[in-house]
Structure formats: structure tokens, C-alpha cells
Ligand binder design. Structure first.
Ligand code: ZN
Length: 336
């Protein structure tokens, strides 16, 4: 990943501004995250799976091209080209779409003349990817015009929902989440265990950190865990890994009634609608089967401030030079 980044500086757009902007694209977080995955080369196309040693056909299942790269799937494969050509976004040889997904995203982010409505592009990308998966995993062929129609309809629905939300909340879209956070009172009585989880991820780090802090309703002293894992693909991957690891630790301690808490709203969304997050399917299968081990399981969103212990554990462990796992005997200063 780093190597191709260096190379790209010589002949393509600088990818750092692209990455930074990917978080500001006006669309749902799952699509924003997918765009970020495109920019970091973390989309499970066959080329990438083979690089990681997973045995699969190298070529494109849809058009028979000898190699399926991210750019091929989203911009150059025959159905993708047709979808872009049918869309309101102008296409022109050598300008858009091109051979480089960085140039293509640079174009979609900033270079479409304002007289064209390009606001549906994140959904177009997302639906091209969904159609590709339906073809590969279920052998369903969707007509390009239909894919475009779905994408544009979803875009429209989302955009009008944002306007309504904006009007209701006098400008603060985040109020929805904050209300949910406020509803949850940490002082309230509870039964079983509460397990606070957090992941910490920084692109420049060798490891990502995961931490959990568990309290008990029956007066047992709190337990905690911190582990640094090989740096995962993204901040959200680190959050999922933190949850999965905490779940395994709870199962190991035979804590069957556990309420988990995270400050990552995407993690809560992912767990409640797993099919919307195909890039995480392997994690989510593991999640589903581990979840069966609990007699009572929940995952709720809390504010970052309420999650400070797990956050500190995750933050501190990631800077350790070697791969380590602590359970229960965390250095005290890590908690504060
Ligand atoms: Zn193809």
C-alpha cells in the first residue's frame, strides 16, 4: 500500500487530500468508508485477495478481463462503464473514467462542472460494487440501467432525509446520536456485566490497539484487557477487532450476560445491519457465531467521554514495540 502511494506521487494526484476529503463526501458513513477503502487499496477484489494468498481466479468474473483491480471493477469493467455513461456525470475518453482510481476519484470529488448534478456519485460507486458482488456470489446479473436507477433513488432519499433532519434539528444532524447517548445512564442499576470496548488506529503505527474494561453488577473488581494487533486496514476494522476480542475474553471468563458499549456509531450500525457492510463479512460471521455464546448480549453507543478507560487501554497498548496481550494486569497509569 505504501509503495504504490509513493509511486503515485509521480504520475497521479496526491492521494492525501483525496483521503482527507473522502470523510467529507456527502453520503452515508458506510459508503464514505468504502470510498476510503478504495483510496487505500483495501477492497476485496480478486487482485487484492491473491496478494494476501487467498486462492481465487485472478480475472474479472463479469467481463473475463485477465485481472480484476479495484479500478477495473468500479470504473472500467463493461457494466461499470455503461453505468457511468448513462449517469448524469459526463464521461470523456482520457478524462473520465481513466486507468487510475485516484484520478477517477479526484475527478468525481472536484472536477465536474457545476452545471452537472454529480451528487449521486458515491451511491453509483456503491451500487456498482454491490452488483459486482451479486454477480460473483449469487450469479445475479443486474441491468446497468437498473443499477443506476437504484443508486440515484437511494441518493435522492438520503439527500431529502438529510434536509428533513436538518430542519428538525435546526442544523445539527448529530443530535440523533447524542440523544441515544444521553438516554443511556451509566449510573442505572444493571445485571450481569458491562464491557466497554475501543480500538485505536493510526496509519503511521505498526500496531493498532484494542482495549476493554469490564465492570460487574455483583461487586467483583473490574477486569480489563489490552492487546496490540498487527495494524488492521482502517480505524473501523480496529473497532470491530476490539469488539470481537472483548467478546472472546468475556466468553473465556464465562460472563454470559454482557452489555457491550462502544463510542463508534458505525460499529453499532454494522452489527445491526450486517448485510450493508460486505467488506466486513468475515468479521461479521465471526461476530454472529460468538454472539450465540451469550445468554444476554447488547451493543450500545456511548459518548467518547464515557468510554475513556477502554480508549486509554487501546491508545497506550498500540505504542508497545512488540505484540502483547494483557488481561487483568494492565499498568495502572494506562487507565488515566
Ligand atoms: Zn470486468
Amino acid at each position: 500500500m505504501e509503495k504504490s502511494e509513493t509511486n503515485l506521487n509521480f504520475f497521479g494526484p496526491n492521494i492525501n487530500p483525496l483521503k482527507a476529503y473522502s470523510w467529507q463526501v456527502q453520503c452515508p458513513p458506510k459508503i464514505r468508508h468504502f470510498i476510503w477503502q478504495i483510496l487505500t487499496g483495501c477492497v476485496p477484489v480478486t487482485e487484492n485477495l491473491r496478494k494476501r494468498g487467498i486462492d481465487c481466479d485472478k480475472g474479472c468474473a463479469r467481463c473475463g478481463a485477465s485481472e480484476e483491480t479495484i479500478n477495473h471493477t468500479l470504473f472500467q469493467c463493461h457494466p461499470a462503464r455503461q453505468i457511468w455513461a448513462l449517469s448524469q456525470i459526463p464521461t470523456a475518453m482520457g478524462i473520465f473514467p481513466t486507468e487510475s482510481n485516484f484520478t477517477n476519484l479526484d475527478h468525481l470529488f472536484w472536477r465536474i462542472p457545476t452545471e452537472f448534478d454529480s451528487s449521486a456519485f458515491p451511491w453509483i460507486i456503491w451500487y456498482i460494487w454491490k452488483a459486482r458482488n451479486e454477480k460473483i456470489f449469487e450469479n445475479i446479473d443486474t441491468d446497468p440501467a437498473e443499477v443506476l436507477r437504484l443508486a440515484e433513488k437511494e441518493a435522492q432519499l438520503w439527500q431529502s432525509a438529510q434536509i428533513e433532519l436538518h430542519n428538525e434539528n435546526h442544523g445539527s444532524v448529530d443530535l440523533v446520536n447524542q440523544d441515544r447517548v444521553r438516554d443511556f445512564s451509566l449510573e442505572a442499576e444493571y445485571s450481569g456485566y458491562r464491557c466497554f470496548v475501543d480500538g485505536f488506529w493510526k496509519e503511521s503505527d505498526k500496531f493498532s490497539g484494542t482495549g476493554w474494561f469490564c465492570t460487574s453488577s455483583n461487586g467483583e473488581p473490574p477486569t480489563m484487557g489490552a492487546a496490540n494487533l498487527r495494524r488492521s486496514l482502517s480505524p473501523l476494522h480496529a473497532e470491530v477487532e476490539a469488539l470481537l476480542w472483548a467478546m472472546k475474553c468475556m466468553i473465556g471468563a464465562d460472563n454470559q450476560e454482557v452489555a457491550f458499549f462502544t463510542d463508534c456509531s458505525d460499529l453499532v450500525k454494522m452489527v445491526s445491519s450486517p448485510t450493508e457492510w460486505p467488506a466486513f463479512s468475515v468479521y461479521l460471521e465471526e461476530f454472529q457465531s460468538d454472539k450465540e455464546e451469550f445468554s444476554s448480549f447488547s451493543l450500545s453507543l456511548i459518548s467518547r467521554r464515557a468510554n475513556v478507560k477502554a480508549d486509554n487501554l487501546a491508545r497506550n497498548v498500540r505504542t508497545e514495540p512488540l505484540h502483547i496481550t494483557y488481561v487483568n494486569n494492565i499498568p495502572q497509569e494506562w487507565l488515566f
